[in-house]
Design a binder for this molecule. Structure first.
Ligand SMILES: *Cc1c(COP(=O)(O)O)cnc(C)c1O
Length: 390
């Protein structure tokens, strides 16, 4: 049987590159090549004038290791096409500079770098931006009527796992001629497919679940040819192409994405249920818990509840710091999505730059500890949390 895009996600993550190697390699080898050669001047002109698309120059993305990776990435989100970048932030920057110039409305919490772009760097370039909280969603239509061309959100968010209804917000954005961009890093394509719910572009920090081993930095955009086409020139001239070796490492990681994330989902669910019963834990933030405010929406728009959860420690910020410092198996680090479990106290890392009142307004308690559940034995992770909480 041959590969088709209609096959399941695990099949697409392995065979989706659509590549058949002359030497029988089952996957794309690393083309560690910056410039590709031509037989004749006519061949060079055919490439430059766009008559023959193929390998040319790696910074342009015209390298077989990049092509193969982008085919696989597009298949993961059911997108017409995908572009790969040297980081998640490089992907977002190229996207905002191409399609955000009429204005961007950011909803809810977002990654620190995204917040910096939206709150200060893009406005410095004259790009109007507005940031609203989930509790201020009633302002969205009014803001859209002012002419913003893009709505941007993450769901679930960092670190309170707030969920947004992708389908409903896409409808509201489209009614005003704006596009909806969803940063799907936290959920991964295994747990959520925003394009199928009406989003126009999906962003990933591939550094997280797609890479999955804390050993590479990359980003990607997925969407239609119409929207992604014009981004190509920005990527090319910002020079934000990953090295072919990184592209190949990411393609290698994607082949195990589905088994990794499904195991992380199961482990996080067990840990969340265990932490919910712990006397030193005030509250657990996890979409898979029946009493979590976003649970019904999660059941509707997600296929799995993810490997990220946060716990609010009894005793506040100082108590949470003590727990964080006592953890032995969970490493202290602000990233996520790898095989190693990580813990971070947002008020000391990802949200350290925000004033205390602003953190409180966003529901980010000082006692919050965010956990990225890795692939260790679940019982060992629970034992580590219990000894740290004791
Ligand atoms: C890490 C992250 C980013 C930025 O990605 P980099 O690869 O570090 O540039 C963007 N969005 C989310 C949700 C992230 O977690």
């Amino acid at each position: 049987m041959t590969f088709t895009r209609a096959q399941g996600l695990a099949t697409r993550s392995i065979h989706g590159h659509g590549f058949k190697d002359a030497h029988g390699s089952p996957h794309m080898p690393i083309y560690d090549t910056s410039t590709f050669t031509f037989e004749t001047t006519q061949d060079v002109l055919d490439a430059i004038e766009g008559r023959k698309l193929g390998s040319f120059y790696t910074r342009f993305g015209l390298n077989p290791s990049i092509f193969a990776l982008e085919e696989t990435l597009a298949g993961l989100e059911g997108a017409e096409m995908a572009w790969v970048f040297c980081s998640g932030m490089a992907a977002e920057t190229a996207l905002f500079l191409t399609h955000g110039r009429q204005g961007i409305i950011g909803i809810g919490d977002a990654y620190g770098g995204t917040m910096e772009l939206l709150s200060s760097q893009l406005p410095e370039l004259g790009i109007p931006t507005r940031l609203i909280l989930g509790s201020e969603l009633d302002q969205l239509d009014e803001l859209l009527a002012e002419g913003a061309g893009m709505v941007f959100l993450e769901t679930p968010t960092n670190p309170t796992l707030e969920l947004f209804d992708i389908e409903a917000i896409a409808e509201r954005a489209h009614a005003h001629g704006a596009i909806l961009v969803v940063d799907n890093t936290f959920a991964s394509p295994v747990n959520q497919q925003p394009l199928a719910l009406g989003a126009d572009v999906v962003v990933h920090s591939a550094t997280k679940y797609l890479g999955g081993h804390s050993d590479l930095t990359a980003g990607t955009l997925m969407g239609s040819k119409e929207l992604l086409g014009p981004i190509w020139n920005w990527r090319k001239n910002l020079g934000s192409m990953p090295a072919p070796a990184t592209a190949s490492l990411l393609a290698r990681s994607l082949r195990t994405l589905v088994v990794r994330v499904r195991q992380q989902n199961a482990s996080a669910q067990t840990i969340a249920e265990s932490m919910e019963k712990h006397q030193s834990v005030r509250r657990v933030y996890y979409p898979g818990l029946a009493n979590f405010p976003g649970h019904e929406l999660a059941k509707r728009q997600m296929q799995g509840f993810g490997g990220m959860l946060s716990i609010d420690i009894e005793g506040g910020g100082e108590a949470a710091t003590r727990v964080a410092d006592r953890l032995k198996l969970f490493a202290l680090a602000p990233s996520l999505g790898g095989t190693e479990s990580l813990a971070t106290q947002p008020c000391t890392t990802t949200h350290h730059g925000l004033p205390h009142e602003e953190r409180v307004r966003r529901g980010i308690e000082d006692g919050l500890l965010r956990l990225s559940v890795g692939l260790e034995e679940t019982n060992d992770l629970i034992a580590d949390l219990e000894q740290a909480l004791a």
